[in-house]
Design a protein. Structure first.
Length: 406
């Protein structure tokens, strides 16, 4: 159904007339499964063809809105959810000016739905979260009036507690291993069962929060005081990598939003001390999370995020924070050198083969990325603090130099 996913607009455009007209015929088919498939395909085509889809907008949108407004029966839940996905992707493809009038109607329907109690297995919930975020990307600052509707349930989802069952790894008590919705991991002498649906909803919500902060910039300011305390602890949420990744990506976006709001006079009663306060909350938490992070790839994402946060905070960082960051960079370099040595040892093992070699190559690439990010962080510190960073750099050079030659 996502046959156009990897197509560029140039490849797809010559075939659009035929594809869209056929999909519109299928959309009017009486069979729900066929309609759902047509919506998925149409969403994919719009996403791949982008601006070229404008030509078909007036023919397609009335059908999509009709499904959204009329598919109210419980048996049509997935059909309605797919129509949300399709409308939001079409809106993003054609842009704000073309979509604006219909967007208002669509938002009214979504706002009414948002206020309706839904069953836990209703697919509309997660589709709606993602549709709101796409609509925000499409409408930019024009989306701000809807934030008061979108944010409360989103924060609620981001704050979900993981549904966890813990038993001893040696225990004979199996954690409902036949239950598809439960994932089991072993940590030390503990076996942990986690309900994945809760984690997926939490991850989606965290990604959406990051998306809103990124898109709305200073417009996101009113929500920072609720979002920062929600996301900062999730930098160390080891049950689900996607939750951590979203929290990490959101840190510079929150700081940027606060900084821009203060600079543009859109943060009533707040001044630079508010940005300093937020920076003091975010940066030490990032440094601590980096120290405990088990995944190499995530370490480089954290360093990237830390670097952006340092660029935004600039001279608001105090000497103790610079010391903590330098110490952590040293720890990252030492840990990286240890991993390199371990990989070198693995090549000497008797059972070393091509598959293992491929794995090592991948791990080496991740390590290179960590080293690149360390370089970026050091560059930012030197640029920001100039001569006053030299004593810290001298200490670090003992660790950096071997990395340059290895």
């Amino acid at each position: 159904l996502n046959f156009s996913e990897n197509c560029t607009p140039e490849i797809l455009t010559p075939y659009l007339d035929g594809i869209v007209s056929k999909l519109l015929v299928l959309l009017q088919n009486g069979k729900q499964m066929v309609q759902e498939g047509a919506l998925t395909a149409l969403a994919s085509v719009a996403d791949s063809s982008q601006d070229h889809f404008k030509k078909y907008y007036d023919a397609v949108m009335p059908y999509l809105k009709a499904i959204l407004m009329n598919a109210t029966d419980k048996s049509n839940r997935m059909l309605r959810a797919k129509s949300m996905e399709c409308i939001s992707l079409v809106g993003m493809a054609v842009g704000k000016d073309k979509f604006r009038d219909d967007a208002k109607q669509v938002m009214e329907v979504l706002m009414a739905l948002q206020g309706t109690p839904m069953e836990t297995d209703d697919p509309i919930t997660s589709y709606m979260l993602q549709a709101w975020a796409r609509l925000c990307k499409c409408l930019g600052q024009d989306f701000l009036p809807y934030m008061h509707v979108v944010m409360p349930p989103l924060l609620q989802s981001a704050q979900l507690k993981p549904d966890v069952t813990i038993t001893s790894a040696e225990s004979d008590d199996e954690i409902e291993s036949d239950d598809d919705s439960i994932e089991t991991i072993t940590l030390g002498d503990k076996r942990i069962g986690i309900r994945t649906s809760v984690l997926e909803e939490k991850a989606t919500a965290c990604n959406m929060l990051c998306c809103y902060a990124d898109e709305l910039k200073e417009g996101f300011f009113p929500w920072i005081d609720q979002v920062a305390p929600t996301l900062v602890p999730l930098l160390k949420f080891y049950f689900h990598e996607e939750v951590r990744r979203a929290a990490v990506a959101a840190m510079p976006e929150l700081l940027r939003s606060a900084k821009l709001a203060v600079e543009k006079g859109q943060a009533p009663g707040r001044d630079e001390s508010y940005v300093k306060q937020l920076s003091d909350f975010i940066i030490p938490a990032l440094v601590e999370a980096l120290h405990k992070e088990p995944e190499t790839e995530m370490c480089s994402s954290m360093l990237d995020s830390l670097n952006e946060c340092m660029q935004l905070s600039g001279c608001l960082l105090d000497e103790n924070q610079v010391r903590a960051i330098s110490d952590e960079i040293k720890n990252v370099i030492i840990a990286s050198a240890t991993r390199k040595r371990d990989r070198s040892e693995r090549t000497k093992a008797e059972d070393f083969d091509a598959d293992e070699g491929e794995l090592l190559k991948e791990e080496n690439e991740q390590e290179e990325e960590v080293f690149d990010q360390v370089g970026e962080c050091l560059g930012t510190l030197i640029k920001t603090f100039k001569a006053s960073f030299l004593p810290f750099f001298d200490e670090l050079s003992v660790y950096v130099t071997p990395m340059l030659v290895s």
